[in-house]
Structure formats: structure tokens, C-alpha cells
Design a protein around this ligand. Structure first.
Ligand SMILES: [Cu+2]
Length: 223
């Protein structure tokens, strides 16, 4: 039977076109996803950015459980917290960061996106960057949103990052900035005073393209 009716051919063609349209749509949404990428504190690295950097290509390696236990628990809890290291933000906070984020949930931005980032709130021996007390914090803005301001907090001396979930009451505001024009990196000088040992640096990046507020916890050890 070599005869194929014209309507059948049309149906086939229609199906093929629908498939092409679906694939094109998927590709467009993936490209949009890339275009809408956002950012994170990359130095000192935020918790999920650090876990992504160190283990993104090897995240199922069981030696992580011993070598980097806080990353291990984060990867076990939800891998998308690392794949979306650049997406830890809330929208429509209108500047009331303390109202939007309860104590104990600062490192997940108040559990933004449900439980995705919740493991980042867990206190413990996160890999920490060794820093002098005066250092430069670097936020990488993949999307070139610009910044209305950055705010940088550091935990008070005596706060135990190994056992205590981070609250606003543990923090001192140590740096604030004005606007940054859209760029790849926003850098701010931080002076941690006389602090020593392990601390958490908490940074807020208020993006300029819309009311989009980012929250990053970075673990440091001051020399
Ligand atoms: Cu963004």
C-alpha cells in the first residue's frame, strides 16, 4: 500500500510541526532561564555557591560526608539548592528584610521557594574561608541587575556558628553601600573589627531591576 491519503499526510505534518514548536518552546524557556540567572556572594563564597563549586561535578561522592559534612547534608536535602546557587532571593520585600525573614532562617532567605534552601540554615562545620579582618566581599551578578544597595553583617564575637541557627540578633551591620550600576561584580570593603575565629558573614543585595532581594551566608575564619 503505497497510497497515503492527503489528510493523513497533513496530520503527520501537523504532528511534526507541533513537536518542533514544543522543542523550540523548551529551548526558549531554557534560554530565558539562563538570561534570568541572578547571582551570589562568591568571595567569601556563600554556603550553596561553595558547595556547588567544590562538589557540583561530583555531588554523589560519599567521601563528602566526612570531608565536607555540611555540603553533604545540603546536597542530600535538595540538590536544586546548589544548581540554583544564583537564585536565593525574595521579591516584594519592600526593604523590610527583618520582617520578611524569621530568626533561624536567614541563610535560606526565610525559606524562599519552600524547603529548597532550608538545609543552608543548619548550623555546623561549614567549610570556611580564611580572611583577614579587613577584606573585600564580592557579589557576582550574572544578570547585571545592578544594585540599589548592599548591606553586610557579621556575627558578634561569641556567636557559635557550629551550634546556633543564625538570627538577626547575632548580627552587627558592618557595611552599607549606595547604588551600583549594572555590572558583573559588586565589591564592598568590610571591616570585621577585632573579631577572631569562626564567623558568618551575611550579605543583602538589593537588585535594581525590580524589588528583588538576595540573602547570602558565607562562613569565614578571621585570622
Ligand atoms: Cu535576578
Amino acid at each position: 500500500m503505497a497510497l497515503i491519503s492527503v489528510p493523513a499526510n497533513k496530520r503527520l505534518l501537523g504532528k511534526a510541526l507541533a513537536t518542533i514548536a514544543a522543542v523550540a518552546g523548551l529551548m526558549a524557556s531554557m534560554m530565558t532561564g539562563i538570561a534570568q540567572a541572578h547571582g551570589s556572594t562568591v568571595d567569601p563564597p556563600s554556603r550553596n555557591y561553595g558547595c556547588w563549586q567544590r562538589w557540583g561535578s561530583d555531588f554523589q561522592n560519599p567521601t563528602m560526608a566526612q570531608q565536607d559534612p555540611m555540603c553533604w547534608q545540603a546536597w542530600q536535602a535538595d540538590t536544586t539548592a546548589m544548581w540554583n546557587w544564583n537564585g536565593l532571593y525574595r521579591e516584594g520585600v519592600a526593604g523590610n528584610h527583618q520582617g520578611a525573614i524569621p530568626n533561624g532562617q536567614l541563610c535560606s532567605g526565610g525559606r524562599t521557594g519552600g524547603t529548597r534552601y532550608a538545609a543552608l540554615d543548619n548550623p555546623g562545620p561549614w567549610k570556611a574561608a580564611t580572611k583577614p579582618r579587613q577584606f573585600t566581599l564580592d557579589i557576582w551578578d550574572q544578570a547585571r541587575h545592578g544594585a540599589d544597595y548592599l548591606r553586610v553583617y557579621v556575627t558578634k564575637q561569641g556567636y557559635d556558628a557550629l551550634s546556633t541557627p543564625l538570627g538577626w540578633n547575632h548580627l552587627d551591620l558592618v557595611a552599607t553601600t549606595g547604588r551600583y550600576a549594572p555590572s558583573d561584580h559588586y565589591r564592598v570593603a568590610v571591616n570585621a573589627g577585632s573579631r577572631t575565629g569562626r564567623h558568618v558573614v551575611f550579605a543583602i543585595w538589593q537588585a535594581s531591576h525590580s524589588d528583588q532581594s538576595y540573602y547570602f551566608c558565607s562562613d569565614v575564619i578571621f585570622q
